[in-house]
Design a protein around this ligand. Structure first.
Ligand code: CAA
Length: 256
């Protein structure tokens, strides 16, 4: 069985499912490589407008595969170069929605934080428990969590390893929306459909500027925003969107 499953619930939406139920979707190298390949291909696919990333009812992903690294040394871990595989997800220009049921722990929480929007089921749990097994987050957990929820919530989670509920995660800004467990995937797919109907160049520019700007000084970030805003005025979809508004009709976006 492949360790991730790819589906097209719509012609313009890719659904990526982690498929290691026997290990609570723990991320081994095969999963990471297949994810990187899927996101790299998705980035280059002009027919795709949004990606939904999910696990199963029990686990989004329970972290990096502990058994796969228990006996490894530092050089071996370095030579696995997993940061290059994560980068394929982080740099994907299409909007990514994580649909989280069950455990999103360690590398699983980090994977969810690679998404642009996180929809969580009421029973979902988010945590960075690496400290409990003698390590620390290694796929962005210390930095993305800090930026998402601020120092004091992030430190508490990472230093204690204690997970938070979906509602707590929502309150601290780690989750976009909490829905009933059974509604997670339908809600994520509905959101993907809404975004897929938006003009794709605008969507792409918004994602790029928001992510790049978050790590830049404000003046630089505002300049990035301004340039991207100006650029969109050379797209046909900008003309179409504004003319359709004035003519009181639905816009027909072409992605150019
Ligand atoms: N790695 C490897 N195997 C894992 C795993 C993981 N992260 N999480 C779960 N599994 C395996 C279990 O070993 C078990 O396998 P066996 O049936 O062969 O024993 C199977 O999945 C089912 O798990 P449990 O029996 O433990 O299920 P549970 O419902 O009692 O508990 C859980 C679920 C709370 C998620 C528990 O499995 C757990 O604590 N998992 C580890 C969570 C963790 O520490 N994650 C951080 C990993 S380090 C990391 O992610 C580094 C990084 O930043 C990149």
């Amino acid at each position: 069985m492949p360790e991730i499953l790819l589906e097209r619930p719509r012609h313009d939406v890719l659904l990526v499912r982690l498929n290691r139920p026997e290990a609570k979707n723990a991320l081994n190298n095969a999963v990471r490589m297949q994810l990187a390949e899927a996101f790299t291909e998705a980035a280059a696919d002009d027919t795709l407008r949004a990606i939904v990333l999910t696990g199963n009812a029990e686990a989004f992903a329970a972290g990096a595969d502990i058994k796969d690294m228990a006996e490894a040394g530092a050089i071996e871990i370095m030579l696995r170069r997993t940061h290059l595989l994560w980068r394929a997800i982080a740099q994907c220009p299409k909007p990514v929605i994580a649909a989280v049921n069950g455990y999103a722990l360690g590398g699983g929480c980090e994977l969810a934080m690679h998404a642009d929007i996180i929809i969580a089921g009421e029973s979902a749990q988010f945590g960075q428990p690496e400290v409990r097994v003698g390590i620390m987050p290694g796929a962005g957990g210390t930095q993305r969590l800090l930026r998402a929820v601020g120092k004091f919530k992030a430190m508490k989670m990472v230093l204690t390893g204690k997970p938070v509920t979906a509602r707590e995660a929502e309150a601290m800004g780690l989750v976009s929306e909490v829905v009933a467990d059974a509604e997670v995937l339908p809600a994520a797919l509905a959101l993907a459909q809404t975004i897929a109907a938006m003009p794709p160049l605008a969507v792409q520019q918004i994602k790029e500027v928001m992510l790049a700007g978050a790590d830049a000084p404000l003046e630089t970030a505002l300049m990035l925003e301004r340039k991207a805003f100006q650029l969109l005025f050379d797209s046909k979809d900008q003309k179409e969107g504004m003319r359709a508004f004035a003519e009181k009709r639905r816009p027909d976006y072409q992605g150019c």
